[in-house]
Design a protein around this ligand. Structure first.
Ligand code: ATP
Ligand code: MG
Length: 332
């Protein structure tokens, strides 16, 4: 049976890119694989990007990220769901991988270059991020990693680290594969450029727990097909951010209405955006209701995370011990 691992950083409110690119897949795979699917709020990664980290908010954001995933359908009874820093073997295994990972490999990671490029001083942790990520995955000997396209390069590096470790110390780890949600590889942000990211700030994201009136304020002013200057001009929904979001949220009849309407100038951009808001409301309102119920019962969430950390550790400890012994450390 496949073993799944994936993580999400508590660097801000989860957005529709996280939801369609990763979180929905967690739920789907969890339904199929039960306790062989392991999900984690990766709080140790959050401080690697100083522009998205504040010690005052880390604990609350970690809790909120857990709530968001549970509200989106992740059932902690069914899967293993926990907070990364509650299982110390993640950082311990990361060290064993640090000593076998070439710095040059880390320096060519696109995410490192993107994030480091925006900082005055780059913490070593940002460079080491993919090594910790490899430890997150391999600590559970996971072979399947549901992620968005931006993480594929990191999973490739995880494979390489597993290969190197196995070669140096004997066969220990599988070489995991990324699994992508083909219709949600890289959801663009509201600025229309690149991918939606928590760390780029809320002005460019649509949060899955964001109040619907706030979402509407953002949609109202969001850019559309730049070639459609007047209401009477035909547009190209494939070159429009709102068209991209419709593909994620709308059912077939609505999609036909807006695609046909846009191409023939039969529908204006504001009406098209209103239809999008309707589709978003259908998907997000039930999630927001469940989130409110979970927030009203924080002990339930905390107990679930505590139990999740116990279940995770029961797998992680023997795997770390195996790796530690193979590397040659003294055992007493
Ligand atoms: P940050 O800006 O802090 O890196 P993020 O929005 O990129 O935050 P992560 O916690 O890094 O979110 O990633 C969680 C998961 O969501 C990963 O599997 C990632 O590939 C996926 N993901 C993130 N953004 C998108 C997007 N725009 N489209 C599809 N998948 C995404
Ligand atoms: Mg990211």
């Amino acid at each position: 049976m496949p073993r799944v691992f994936s993580g999400i950083q508590p660097t801000g409110d989860p957005h529709i890119g996280n939801y369609f690119g990763a979180m929905k897949n967690y739920v789907k795979l969890g339904d199929q694989l039960g306790k062989n699917s392991i999900y984690c709020v990766v709080d140790l990664h959050a401080p690697t990007n100083p522009s998205a980290y504040d010690p005052k908010f880390l604990a609350q954001r970690t809790f909120d990220m857990a709530v968001a995933n549970m509200a989106a359908g992740l059932d902690p009874e069914k899967v293993i769901f926990f907070v990364q820093s509650h299982v110390p073997e993640h950082t311990q295994l990361a060290w064993l991988f640090t000593v076998i990972t070439p710095v040059g490999e880390l320096e060519r990671m696109t995410q490192y270059k993107d994030k480091a490029g925006k900082l005055e001083s780059t913490p070593a942790g940002l460079l080491m991020y993919p090594v910790l990520q490899a430890a997150d995955i391999l600590l559970y000997k996971a072979d399947t990693v549901p992620v968005g396209e931006d993480q594929v390069q990191h999973i490739e590096l995880t494979r390489e680290i597993a290969r190197k470790f196995n070669h140096a110390f004997g066969d220990t780890f599988p070489e995991p594969k990324a699994v992508l949600e083909k219709d949600a590889l890289r959801i663009p942000g509201l600025d229309g450029s690149g991918k939606m990211s928590k760390s780029k700030g809320e002005a460019t994201t649509i949060g899955i727990l964001e109040p619907l009136d706030s979402i509407w304020q953002k949609l109202r002013v969001a850019p559309t097909d730049p070639a459609r200057v007047r209401r009477t001009d035909p547009g190209d929904p494939d070159k429009c951010l709102i068209g991209d979001y419709h593909k994620l949220f709308s059912d077939l009849p609505t999609l036909e209405t807006v695609y046909q309407g846009c191409r023939t100038a039969g529908i204006g951009c504001i009406d098209c955006k209103k239809l999008l808001l309707g589709s978003m409301t259908q998907e997000l309102a039930p999630i927001q209701e469940r989130a409110a119920a979970l927030r009203a019962d924080p002990d339930f969430v905390r107990d679930a995370l505590l139990q999740g950390a116990r279940e995770a550790r029961a797998i992680a400890q023997p795997v770390f011990e195996e790796a530690r012994e193979k590397v040659g450390f003294l055992k007493l």
